[in-house]
Design a protein around this ligand. Structure first.
Ligand code: F6R
Length: 613
């Protein structure tokens, strides 16, 4: 989704804004723009459709735009086609108000009509231009300054926004406001920054403020003041970001995705170590006491996309080990289906970004019904992390590639840790089993590292061979079905090859009619009790012409009698096989995309942090 940056200080703003936007490219965008002002002069606005490169060329890498204060934006079109005209920043005709905006203003039509009656005209199709002109309207009508105009606009606007605004009469200052869209304010020596996410800030400062919903901020050079919507000054905590700047760079890898795939052993180890202490899982930091765990009658896991797939895997683990009924749901469905949430339930929201609009709405729905909530989140200080009752941070570090890999892997681990600990506290596993499971968990990082070492080249070769496939099926049973879903999504989202995940036993109920000569079927079979059933399903598709890739545990070498291409994962406890099985599938998606020469890290139409529903 859109990205916002802002700067006021003593340096030239445009190169800093461009560098910041580059760090937000992963969010997905189709046009970009800058507004920079030199002292008291009105801001100069430059925009370009397409990649950021076009904007950099137009501005001579920012050198052609003089000034120490500015705002920048990458736009992911919602209202109006991707075009230079619709790109941000948007401004009034006299450029007295210039702004960038993330989010959606739902009642923009109604506001637009009101403004037309007041003599305003519109040059774009965007809701943002409407917001800018509404602020301008209040600014001129009441003459009470920028905060007043913005607060009035906030009361009139329905929807979501992160807004950064420059007013002609207030040189060297940027005014910001927020409702349900991410925005972070950084402060350095004599300079202040705005960004939608942490990476653009890291080269300059680690000291940040998180602005809350319905709050406003006024940025001067190196100083920020915050206000509530009644324009009363409020105090905010200055937080230090722990991520190091290198974590958000490619570090010699061709793409962020492959770098992040290789970071999985570290990410999984850090996440495990954050709660395993002295040979025990300790969830006290998440605030989950043993009494709460014992009282649980039902768990709802709610998430989107890959995070949902991690939730499906967690369901198998928690139900099997802790014997607590778990229901996993897509956040976009959960939020609108008026769910019946039983007493003594826990709603777990899983989200890498902590900003996904549907997941956030699901969290708020659960809270409004008085049900305790827990968030498994990667981004510290994100909205979901701040609003949930309990928080389990995954320690994946910044994830830049749009297709998640390391964050998904840490979400899996968070699910296992909850399952194992819930089982231990509720006495559904023995002490011996608990220790065995903990030992298996702690082996996972090295096993993932080994898989990466052993399998990369073979998968690369196989991916090149299948890069022209039209349809691919991923099949599995039990927890392998959860991994099939993630493998299928990884392939389709970055290679644009149609693929579907199926519970292997379900194929016969319709889908098998799609199987024809040469179609690739990726079969995952890591569960001993389901192994033979899987082989039967695989034979059924093979005899109809499918080309079979089999992904199974080392030792099951007889699989070679059935499949055309076999991949083995190291032995682990069967609850934890998703962490290993997903690695070759991530590599498969990655190398198919590379073979096709596609933009691996920024697949078309996708955004990293989906802040609109
Ligand atoms: C796919 C992917 C998405 C996200 C989904 C949820 O590779 O990354 O499916 O998993 O958009 O995002 P978060 O986890 O940020 O809530």
């Amino acid at each position: 989704m859109c990205g916002i940056v802002g700067y006021t200080g003593d340096q030239q703003a445009a190169p800093i804004l461009l560098a910041g936007l580059e760090k937000l490219e992963y969010r997905g965008y189709d046009s970009a723009g800058l507004a920079v002002r030199d002292g008291e002069r009105v801001p100069e606005v430059v925009k370009a459709k397409g990649r950021l490169r076009a904007l950099a060329e137009k501005t001579d890498n920012g050198r052609a735009m003089r000034g120490n204060c500015g705002i920048g934006h990458t736009r992911w079109a919602t209202h109006g086609e991707p075009s230079e005209n619709n790109a941000h920043p948007h401004c009034t005709d006299d450029r007295s108000v210039v702004a960038v905006h993330n989010g959606i203003i739902e009642n923009y039509q109604e506001i637009r009509e009101k403004l037309i009656k007041n003599g305003y005209t519109f040059y774009s199709d965007t809701d943002t231009e409407v917001a800018v002109k509404l602020i301008d309207h209040y600014y001129k009508k009441y003459n009470e300054g920028p905060l007043d105009a913005m607060a009035r606009a906030m009361m009139r606007i329905r929807g979501t926004y992160a807004l950064a605004v420059m007013f002609k009469d207030y040189p060297e200052e940027i005014f910001v406001a927020r409702q349900d869209n991410p925005m972070i304010i950084g402060v350095g020596e004599g300079e202040s920054f705005i960004a939608s996410d942490v990476p653009p800030l890291l080269p300059y400062t680690r000291k940040v403020y998180y602005i809350g919903n319905q709050e406003l901020g006024r940025l001067h050079k190196g100083e920020v003041t915050f206000y509530n919507i009644d324009q009363e000054e409020i105090q905010k905590e200055l937080v230090t970001i722990e991520w190091d700047a290198e974590a958000a760079e490619k570090g010699g890898y061709e793409h962020f995705m492959i770098k992040e795939i290789h970071e999985q052993p570290r990410a999984v180890r850090d996440t495990l170590n954050s709660v395993i202490r002295d040979g025990h899982i300790d969830l006290t930091e998440a605030g989950l006491s043993d009494d709460v765990i014992r009282s649980l009658k039902r768990i709802y896991i709610v998430a989107c996309g890959s995070a949902y797939h991690a939730g499906v895997a967690a369901q198998y683990v928690i139900e099997d080990l802790a014997r607590i009924p778990v229901r996993v749901e897509l956040a976009s469905e959960f939020r609108y289906r008026n769910p019946i949430l039983e007493e003594n339930s826990l709603v777990i929201i899983i989200s890498q970004s902590g900003e996904t609009a549907d997941s956030l709405a699901a969290l708020r729905l659960a809270k409004s019904q008085g049900v305790p909530t827990m968030a498994i989140v990667n981004v510290v200080g994100s909205t979901i992390a701040r609003e949930a009752d309990h928080i389990f941070y995954t320690l994946a570090g910044p994830e830049i590639a749009v297709a998640t890999t390391k964050a998904y892997s840490t979400q899996l681990v968070a699910g296992y840790l909850l399952g194992v600990q819930f089982a231990h506290v509720r006495g559904t596993i023995t002490e011996e089993k608990y220790e065995e499971l903990l030992a298996a968990l702690q082996e996972l990082p090295d096993q993932i590292a080994k898989l990466l070492e052993d399998d990369k080249e073979r998968i690369q070769w196989f991916a090149a061979k299948y890069a022209n496939a039209k349809d691919v099926f991923f099949i599995g049973r039990g927890i392998d079905y959860a991994v099939s879903m993630e493998g299928s999504l990884k392939l389709k989202e970055i290679s644009y090859i149609h693929s579907e995940a199926y519970a292997a036993g379900e194929l016969k109920h319709g889908t098998i009619s799609l199987i024809e000569d040469g179609i690739l079927v990726v079969s995952i079979l890591t569960q001993e009790a389901l192994y033979e059933k899987m082989i039967s399903n695989m034979v059924e598709v093979k005899c109809r012409g499918a080309y079979l890739m089999g992904l199974t545990t080392a030792g099951n070498y007889n699989i070679e009698d059935t499949v055309d291409f076999a991949v083995y994962i190291p032995k682990t406890d069967e609850h934890f096989t998703p962490s290993l099985a997903v690695v070759p599938l991530q590599l498969l998606g990655y190398y198919v995309s590379v073979s096709k020469g596609l933009d691996v890290d920024k697949p078309r139409n996708l955004a990293k942090s989906v802040t609109v529903e």
